[in-house]
Write a protein that binds this ligand. Structure first.
Ligand code: SF4
Length: 767
């Protein structure tokens, strides 16, 4: 299935010159099909899901299959088929869906579903029985573990697996097999946000909620393009501004995205330099008395970059390096704009920051995450309705399924860390495995995992519900590695990863299995099984339970159904500050999701954390950042250091990548939908007019984009979108693998790769 990479977009229709059928045409077709354009006269379409063919005979509450916005839907079923999907008026999206959600009715009947296991024989994937496929998988995994130890195998999962599936895989590999080689595509999308929250608040996941949108006076959107990637949320921001003309939207993005078009301010920093913006805003706040001194004194602590305790004096000295007039050239934003936006941010009644891949997929992703949280702490813009930092998530279940279950190589469930002996010991006890079963060293993060595969250190990889054969950076290198390992892929369609697999296992899709998604605001929502999976396809949970038994871990993996796994997992949460033990299956079935903490079956859930009303804030206290033992949130004084892929005479431009409104990540589902496929330009690169003039490149020409990692040829679209010196490309086109060009540098703390700042050269090859 699809994979996480980025948020970004194209602001002005199709890639004229690269296709005869523009994106606007697609949106017009959508309108002609009865999809309704909303958004206060916005030119872009925000669609209500009403692709009705035949009337439904029953309606069911569910959640959109795709992104971390987690839109609620009502699914109309007739004759065991989806005939209609509507945005749920009672869910947080208030009936709104983007074009992807609106076209959900066709998802389960798209041609090309994998319906039987496949085994590679003589270089070709051949149909096989489940017994044949699973016994081959088990024997190869057993042999690798027996001969080279547990770290010779690995699991690579997805923010699109259901929570019960990720939890079971994590438990099987870490507590059963005994390897921490459990990672997945969330490493590519939100690892920096998770590490950032943990460093600042002591616990992962946002303090605020979507409800804050209805109260904010200033929206600070940085490294995010919600007008394309989280449309119902952006529509909610526009509705907020329509209701209160004093509301302001600030967009920080090196591209003039669709979000920038609708914003009151667009700041376009030089790619890789935006930490300078955040700290120079802090400098303005300090100099102009915009810090909330009382809040800082009561609730904030400071740490130097070396981890030593510090105070306001150290902060003031640190900020001397960020005088707006001194950094404006390097940053690419005028000091006047920095000052104006710093004022807006700090002085408003309520400021809400929203960010995503532009801040996460960076070599300095953790620094950006800790610093944007710091701006809220320093100005006291936190803990009130509308005043909050809030990272947005790309995938439907990256938060609930992967971050919260601890399904990455360095973490354990509910915020526990592999590196902490007491956390390992607690999980070993809770899971009933011998002391020492969980290895003390973190396992391999995504990029390190594929490097270990390249070196032959990992011999077997179980890849579930994700498409690293298209989504990894430095892709040609890691595709070669995938070709060497014993690769097992579960998926619903053929992908750029199944073509490299030794065994392909057909899995159940949305509505064909039951499970829980947890989206960006700590909201868990249940998706019920409404359809039969086609052919022999099975849920990923069934596959994991089968594998566990074959590997001799039947005594450990005793919960075999989604509801049994959920009960085990939710009751475990009671031993943590995530506590959602009150979220019974029955409550989730009835509600449009619940937000944790939710420690009892009568608790209503928690909209805002760390303030009165949060069950972990002691009675009588207004604020307590209980994730740290001292009850404070930390401001980390992280200096600016440009570690991006270096721009030089050979590679003078910067390539940034991301998503577009119609396509979901690597396009394995959306690019099969005719209305989307015909309306989306094929893979291409966008370039600013000024660069095209200098290079003598014309709109629509074929160009070669070359980096230190690889090259690709394709059409160019000349626009005013990316700022001069910057290129943009999306990664959904399986026939145009742009990630071959993208660097695989990672953030030193989160190990998240940088998909946003690869140095490249471009030349015409049309002649
Ligand atoms: Fe689905 Fe995301 Fe679109 Fe909502 S915004 S309809 S969750 S793809």
């Amino acid at each position: 299935m699809d994979e996480e990479q980025g948020e970004a977009g194209d602001s002005s229709g199709g890639a004229e010159g690269t296709t005869s059928f523009s994106r606007r045409d697609a949106l017009r077709i959508a309108s002609a099909l009865g999809l309704v354009s909303l958004g206060g006269g916005a030119a872009w379409a925000l669609l209500e899901g009403e692709l009705a063919h035949q009337p439904a005979v029953s309606w069911h509450k569910s959640v959109c299959r795709y992104c971390g916005t987690g839109c609620g839907v009502q699914v109309g079923i007739r004759d065991k088929q989806v005939v209609e999907v509507r945005g749920d008026e009672d869910a947080h999206n208030r009936g709104k869906l983007c074009i992807k959600g609106s076209l959900l009715p066709v998802l389960n009947t798209l041609p090309g579903r994998l319906t039987t296991p496949l085994i590679r024989k003589d270089g070709k994937l051949e149909p096989a029985s489940w017994e044949e496929a699973m016994s081959l998988v088990a024997s190869r995994f057993s042999a690798a573990i027996r001969e080279d130890g547990p770290n010779a195998v690995a699991f690579y999962g997805s923010g699109q697996l259901y929570t019960e599936e990720s939890y079971t895989a994590n438990k099987l590999f870490k507590a059963g097999i005994g390897t921490n080689n459990v990672d997945g595509n969330p490493r590519l999308c939100m690892a920096s946000a998770a590490v950032g929250y943990t460093r600042v608040f002591g616990k992962d996941e946002p303090p605020g909620a979507y409800e804050d949108i209805d109260h904010a006076k200033v929206f600070f959107l940085a490294g995010a393009n919600p007008a394309e990637c989280h449309q119902p949320l952006f529509e909610r921001m526009l509705a907020r501004r329509r209701a209160d003309p004093e509301v302001r939207i600030v967009c920080v993005d090196p591209r003039r995205t669709m979000t920038a078009e609708y914003s009151d301010f667009h700041l376009a920093p030089r790619p890789g330099a935006d930490l300078l913006l955040l700290w120079s805003m802090a400098k303005v706040m300090l100099d102009e008395g915009l810090f909330d001194d009382k809040f800082i004194a009561e609730h904030v602590a400071f740490r130097t970059n070396e981890g030593k305790a510090a105070g306001l004096e150290e902060l003031a000295a640190f900020l001397e390096d960020f005088v707006p007039e001194d950094v404006e050239v390097q940053l690419g934003i005028s000091s006047a704009q920095i000052r104006e936006v710093a004022h807006l941010f700090a002085a408003s009644d309520a400021t809400m920051s929203l960010w995503t891949m532009g801040f996460n997929q960076r070599v300095d992703g953790v620094a950006l995450n800790t610093t944007i949280n710091a701006l809220h702490l320093l100005s006291g813009q936190i803990g009130r309705p509308g005043a909050t930092p809030m990272s947005l998530t790309g995938q439907a279940n990256a938060c609930g399924g992967v971050r919260d279950t601890g399904s990455l190589s360095h973490i354990l469930p509910h915020g526990r860390m592999i590196a902490k002996a007491e956390d390992r010991a607690e999980m070993e006890k809770l899971w009933g495995v011998p002391e020492g079963r969980i290895q003390a060293q973190p396992g391999l993060h995504a990029v390190a995992l594929f490097q270990a595969i390249e070196e032959g250190k990992v011999r077997c990889l179980l890849n579930m519900c994700t498409n690293p054969g298209q989504s990894l950076p430095n892709l040609a290198r890691y595709r070669d590695a995938m070709d060497k390992v014993f690769l097992v892929v579960t998926d619903v369609f053929e992908t750029a990863s199944t073509e490299l697999a030794d065994v392909v296992l057909p899995s159940a899709l949305w509505l064909e299995k039951e499970g829980v998604y947890g989206q960006s605001e700590r909201r868990y929502q249940l998706l019920e099984k409404l359809l039969d999976a086609p052919g022999q396809a099975r849920s990923d949970l069934e596959i994991l339970v089968d594998l566990a038994a074959r590997l001799g871990h039947e005594q450990l993996i005793t919960a075999k159904t989604p509801s049994a796994v959920w009960d085990e997992y939710r009751l475990l949460s009671a031993h943590s500050k995530y506590d959602f033990s009150g979220m019974t299956r029955e409550r989730l079935r009835a509600a449009h999701g619940l937000q944790w903490p939710c420690p009892s079956e009568t608790h209503p859930g928690t909209v805002r954390r760390y303030i009165a009303g949060d069950p972990f804030v002691p009675k009588g206290q207004e604020v307590r950042f209980y994730g740290h033992p001292d009850g404070r949130a930390y401001v980390h004084l992280v200096p600016y250091e440009d570690r991006s892929d270096p721009v030089d005479a050979d590679f003078p431009l910067v390539l940034t990548t991301g998503r577009i409104v119609e396509q979901w990540h690597t396009g394995t589902m959306t690019d099969r939908i005719p209305e989307i496929r015909q309306g989306t330009p094929r893979g291409h690169v966008e370039m600013h007019f000024a660069d095209a003039d200098v290079l003598g490149i014309r709109d629509g020409e074929q160009v070669r984009v070359q980096s230190r990692y690889g090259a690709i040829e394709g059409p160019v679209r000349v626009t005013r979108g990316p700022r001069p010196g910057t290129l943009f490309a999306s990664f959904y086109d399986a026939k145009w693998l742009i990630n071959q060009v993208v660097c695989d540098r990672v953030d030193p703390l989160s190990k998240q790769p940088d998909f946003k700042t690869t140095a490249v050269s471009v030349r015409s090859v049309s002649a």
